[in-house]
Write a protein that binds this ligand. Structure first.
Ligand code: F6P
Length: 195
C-alpha cells in the first residue's frame, strides 16, 4: 500500500466506565471525535483523494466512521472486532482481578499468549488478522477504524516489530495514525484530535 490510516473508535461508554469488550455506543466525546475525523483525514491525505474505510462490525467503530464523506466506500469486517475477552467481556480490570485472580496474574505474566476463558489471546488475534493483512498489502488508501488490541497488532506488523510485542504498542484514543511503508522502513505520522 502507499499508506495505511489507522484509528481507534472514538471513546465509548465502556471506555468511560473502564469496562472491556462489549458493544457500547460512543460517549459524547467519542461522537466529537467522529465529527473531527473527516478533517483529520483531509489534513493527513493532503488532498481530496477518497479512501476506503474498513470498520469492525461493532457499533462504536461504525459510528466513528459515520461522518466520513459519502464518497468513501465502507466495509465491515468481523475479523476486525476487538479481542474477545470471553467470560471477562464487560468487566473492569478490578472485577477481573477479584473474580479471576489467577487469570489476571497469568495475563500480567504473559500478555501475548494469555487466552481469556472462552475468548482470545493476542496470539489468536494475530492469526485471525492474517487475511486482513494480506488484503491490506494489495490495497491502496485504506483507513481502518477498529479497536485497541487489533490496532496494536496491525501497527506492530507495519512497523516491523516482533508480533509478541504487540500488546504494548501505544495506540491512543482520538489519534489518527498514517503509516507509509518506505524502502528503509515505515514512516509514521500522528494526528491527535484536540477534544
Ligand atoms: O479497554 C478498551 C479495550 O479495547 C478492551 O475492549 C480490550 O479488552 C482492551 O482494550 C485491550 O487492551 P489490553 O490488552 O491492554 O487489556
Amino acid at each position: 500500500p502507499r499508506s495505511v490510516w489507522l484509528s481507534r473508535h472514538g471513546e465509548s461508554l465502556y471506555n468511560l466506565y473502564g469496562r472491556i469488550g462489549g458493544d457500547a455506543e460512543l460517549s459524547p466525546r467519542g461522537v466529537q471525535y467522529a465529527k473531527k475525523l473527516p478533517e483529520l483525514v483531509r489534513q493527513s491525505v493532503g488532498g481530496d483523494r477518497p479512501l476506503t474505510v474498513w470498520t469492525s462490525t461493532l457499533k462504536r467503530t461504525i459510528s466513528t466512521a459515520k461522518y466520513l464523506p459519502e464518497t468513501y466506500n465502507q466495509l465491515q469486517w468481523k475479523a476486525l472486532d476487538e479481542l474477545d475477552a470471553g467470560v471477562c467481556d464487560g468487566m473492569t480490570y478490578q472485577e477481573i482481578k477479584d473474580v479471576y485472580p489467577e487469570d489476571f496474574q497469568a495475563r500480567d505474566e504473559d500478555k501475548y499468549n494469555y487466552r481469556y476463558r472462552g475468548g482470545e489471546s493476542y496470539r489468536d488475534v494475530v492469526i485471525r488478522l492474517e487475511p486482513i493483512i494480506m488484503e491490506l498489502e494489495r490495497s491502496e488508501d485504506i483507513l481502518i477504524v477498529t479497536h485497541q488490541a487489533i490496532l496494536r497488532c496491525i501497527y506492530a506488523y507495519f512497523m516491523k516489530k516482533d508480533q509478541s510485542r504487540s500488546p504494548w504498542m501505544n495506540v491512543p484514543l482520538h489519534c489518527l495514525i498514517k503509516l507509509t511503508p518506505r524502502a528503509y522502513g515505515t514512516e509514521e505520522e500522528r494526528y491527535q484530535a484536540d477534544i
